[in-house]
Design a protein around this ligand. Structure first.
Ligand code: PGA
Length: 253
């Protein structure tokens, strides 16, 4: 299974910044062979990114979507508006949406369903807080987040699914998980998926690690057989360092 590395820009970059990044990263695409690379800019930058990256091997993701396809939901963006712009992936249930915006499991489940219905591939984020880890409940939190989000999902949709294991305490803190802990959590995720949909389907799901991933530490994650890529925040904002990170990952597998 090839690696999938996604840039999660969060609430960063104007159209001009996006154009500059996309032009720069395009220079290096040949160095990414075998790695699926996607950029997840803010909604407002999707048209600029699609104009520049369209036709290249780089793919586009969105950072969220609404669970309905249209309607009276002021300020929201629906799946068909994203596919219309050439978006292929969508991040769902990021910890900043769960813990800062207050999104709950039922909303996340509805978003996974909506994404699949309109042909978007979900990147479902799961992960424990520091207090949950200290209380020894990492696995139960992960199991609950996974099973709740996937409830009702057909096993046949599993090959469209990416899971990002992102311990909340590692996001944006510079304090990445120990590779052994990430390995244990990602192996556990696959076990839960196997119980849910069977081993064959579970083996098709790509699992990313996310949380303070950098050029210097990505090798220690992607060399693990339980991990097939990374969801990268801070280190994805500069084209040069993001490119170096992808190349380091490629060398490590
Ligand atoms: P970070 O963010 O790489 O800045 O820790 C990761 C994420 O939130 O997806």
């Amino acid at each position: 299974m090839g690696l999938i590395i996604a840039a999660n820009w969060k609430m960063h970059k104007t159209t001009a910044d996006t154009e500059e990044f996309c032009r720069a990263i395009l220079q290096d695409v040949e160095k990414f062979a075998g790695v699926e690379v996607l950029i997840c800019p803010p909604y407002t930058s999707l048209p600029a990114a699609t104009n520049i990256l369209g036709g290249s091997s780089l793919k586009l993701g969105a950072q969220d979507l609404h669970w309905e396809q249209e309607g009276a939901f002021t300020g929201e963006i629906a799946g068909p508006m994203l596919t219309d712009l050439g978006v292929e992936y969508v991040i769902i249930g990021h910890s900043e949406r769960r813990h800062v915006i207050g999104e709950d499991d039922s909303r996340i489940r509805a978003k996974v369903k909506a994404a699949l219905e309109c042909g978007l591939k979900p990147i479902l984020c799961v992960g424990e807080t520091e207090a949950q880890r200290e209380a020894g409940s990492t696995n139960s939190v992960i199991r609950q987040q996974l099973l709740s989000a996937l409830e009702g999902m057909a096993a046949g949709d599993m090959d469209e699914l990416v899971i990002a294991y992102e311990p909340v305490w590692a996001i944006g803190t510079g304090k990445a998980a120990q590779p052994g802990d990430a390995d244990a959590a990602c192996s556990f995720i696959r076990e839960v998926l196997a119980k849910y949909a069977g081993e064959e389907m579970a083996d098709k799901v790509r699992i990313q690690y996310g949380g303070s991933v950098k050029e210097k530490n990505i090798d220690s994650f992607v060399e693990l057989s339980s991990i097939q890529g990374a969801l990268v925040g801070g280190a994805s904002l500069e084209a040069e360092s993001f490119s170096a990170l992808i190349q380091a990952a490629r060398k490590a597998v």
